[in-house]
Every structure is written in structure tokens, then in C-alpha cells.
Design a binder for this molecule. Structure first.
Ligand code: SAM
Length: 210
């Protein structure tokens, strides 16, 4: 699986690790213009590290749902085009605004991803990729509601956290329910457990149903 343009494997501490080019954000090690993209701190990083075909080539427009303080979305903005970052919690959103200050293509939005109509006037309607990591109950619903932004041929990259849906159930059963709900709006292309880096998480690559 090839990495997107702008993402490379670089030697850090004697190991080849994912890296992007940009200003450091969270104290990550750097090597010249490159900064380590830690798969242990990023579900999308883990998805790339595990070799899933994310369909990312670099330069895409991205709608990122669940941006938190900007750890992962800062890497995304390093190699993608316009990157709209939705986060509804004010505290991490403040950090996100700081991260965006040095990245002109990163647009922070203090919004609730369950109500896309509140940011539809800002976000382009032909987005290439929706990246989702909201870790909250109703993850499939969030993805279904935000499908409207994807252009024809675009795709969804979601990280589903089982324990956010139901801490008492087996993750595999939770994932099946989430995938079933997603299938109402998307065709599932590939899934993979991210447990090597993130316990009880499932990566999902999906394309909107036409
Ligand atoms: N994606 C981040 C990263 O890798 O740097 C980490 C995201 S953290 C696991 C999940 C984030 O989603 C939290 O900051 C939470 O506040 C946010 N979130 C949860 N539900 C949301 C919603 N409905 N709208 C916007 N943000 C939401």
C-alpha cells in the first residue's frame, strides 16, 4: 500500500516511522522538516501504519469530525488541501485554533458533528474525504449525516470506538451493528481492527451509496 504524497517513513530512534512535514504540535520528535506521526496517538496514523488502503493520495479536501486538540488533523493538513476540522468541546477547540493559526488550509469549526446543517454554509459540498474519530455514542449516525458533503467518488475513513457505543457488549458485536447502520448510506470497502495501537477500535473505509 502506498502512502499519500507528503507522508513518508523516516528513521526515528532507529525505526522507520510515519512522518509529515510541518510545524510540530504536540511535542513530537522532528527530523529537519519532518515530524513523527505517532500511530499510538492517532487512529488515522494507525490505519496507515497497518497498511489499509485509505485511498489518500495527498492534496484532497477533507472534512475531519472529532478534531480534539488537533493532533491528527494537523498531520492531515500537512499533506492535504482544505481541511475542515469539527470539534464541539470548547477546551480542545481552543488548542485546535492555535494549531490552525500556522496552517492556512486548516479551518477549525467549533460545531457539533451531529448537526451538519450548522456548518454546511462553510464546508465545501464536494469534499474528497470525510475522516471521523468522534468516539461518542451514535458514531454511525454522525457518518451518515455527514455523507452529504462527499463528492461522487469520495470516501469515508472512520475510526469506530466500541466502548463509546456500549461498554458492556463485545466489541465485535458493536462493530457489526455500527457497520449495519453505515450500510444504509455507504458501501463498506474495508475494515480492520486497530487494537495493535488502539484497543477496541475498528477502522472503516467506505464509499457513499449512489
Ligand atoms: N481525532 C483526534 C486526534 O486523533 O487527534 C482525537 C479525537 S477524540 C478520540 C474524540 C473527539 O471527538 C473529542 O475531542 C470529542 O470532544 C469530539 N466529539 C465527540 N462527539 C462530537 C460531536 N458530536 N461533534 C464534534 N466533536 C465531537
Amino acid at each position: 500500500m502506498s502512502l499519500p504524497d507528503g507522508v513518508e517513513r523516516r528513521p526515528f530512534d532507529g525505526h522507520d516511522r510515519l512522518a509529515t512535514r510541518g510545524e510540530p504540535v504536540y511535542g513530537e520528535p522532528t527530523d529537519g522538516p519532518w515530524r513523527l506521526w505517532d500511530a499510538g496517538r492517532s487512529k488515522l496514523g494507525a490505519t496507515l501504519e497497518l497498511g489499509l488502503d485509505t485511498g489518500l493520495v495527498g492534496g484532497e479536501s477533507v472534512l475531519y469530525l472529532g478534531a480534539a486538540s488537533g493532533t491528527t488533523v494537523s498531520h492531515v493538513a500537512d499533506f492535504c488541501g482544505p481541511t475542515y476540522a469539527v470539534e464541539f468541546a470548547p477546551r480542545p477547540a481552543r488548542d485546535l485554533v492555535d494549531v490552525a493559526a500556522g496552517r492556512p488550509n486548516l479551518v477549525p469549526l467549533l460545531k457539533d458533528a451531529r448537526t451538519p446543517e450548522t456548518y454546511a454554509h462553510v464546508v465545501e459540498s464536494d469534499i474528497d474525504v470525510v475522516v471521523q474519530d468522534v468516539a461518542t455514542r451514535g458514531q454511525a449516525r454522525v457518518a451518515v449525516r455527514n455523507r452529504q458533503f462527499l463528492r461522487e467518488g469520495g470516501h469515508l475513513l472512520a475510526a469506530i470506538k466500541a466502548r463509546s457505543e456500549d461498554v458492556t457488549r463485545e466489541p465485535a458485536a458493536v462493530f457489526e451493528d455500527v457497520l449495519d447502520e453505515l450500510r444504509g448510506a455507504y458501501r463498506i470497502v474495508e475494515t480492520a481492527r486497530l487494537d495493535r495501537f488502539h484497543d477496541d477500535h475498528l477502522a472503516v473505509v467506505a464509499r457513499p451509496r449512489t
